[in-house]
Ligand binder design. Sequence first.
Ligand SMILES: Nc1ncnc2c1ncn2[C@@H]1O[C@H](COP(=O)(O)OP(=O)(O)OP(=O)(O)O)[C@@H](O)[C@H]1O
Ligand SMILES: [Mg+2]
Length: 153
Amino acid sequence: MSITLLSPDPQITRQLGYRLGTLLQPGDLICLQGDLGAGKTTFVQGVAAGWGAIDEVSSPTFVLVNRYRRADGAALHHLDTYRLASLPEAEELDLDSMLAQGALLIEWADRIVPILPQDRLWLHLEYQDETSRRITLTAQGGRSLALLAQMTP
Ligand SMILES: Nc1ncnc2c1ncn2[C@@H]1O[C@H](COP(=O)(O)OP(=O)(O)OP(=O)(O)O)[C@@H](O)[C@H]1O
Ligand SMILES: [Mg+2]
């Protein structure tokens, strides 16, 4: 099941992320797809804010994993597989441990599909014009379907 939304500016993309952030629980996996500059990190900024992160979101293209803490000790992990050389390298990441500490957001998740847990919410961001993006959310599993239902306007 999927829904498609149009985001007319970056702030709306952040607000959409914020809403998802308020819903996230440990074990939730959010997969982000979209070209360079599509808005994946912009969306994650909103998610981290909605989730209650005390750390600021940075673009993880230069590091593989960013970790944002919350006052209660939970941690949101933000992974960018863009710089991963290979799938075996991805296999060395301990996704299960990241998922146990909080939710996990993965940019360019389509590159590491074979090592991902089955239940995941996909977000596909597509460039429309300078300020707008088409955002398609697709649920793949029971938990992601519940999240999608709560995201539906
Ligand atoms: N509606 C929109 N939603 C999100 N970002 C937008 C929108 N309109 C314009 N932008 C701009 O597009 C850029 C998106 O950059 P961002 O770093 O979020 O992309 P990304 O998908 O993470 O790219 P990369 O693959 O390089 O990590 C930002 O400069 C943002 O301000
Ligand atoms: Mg990015």
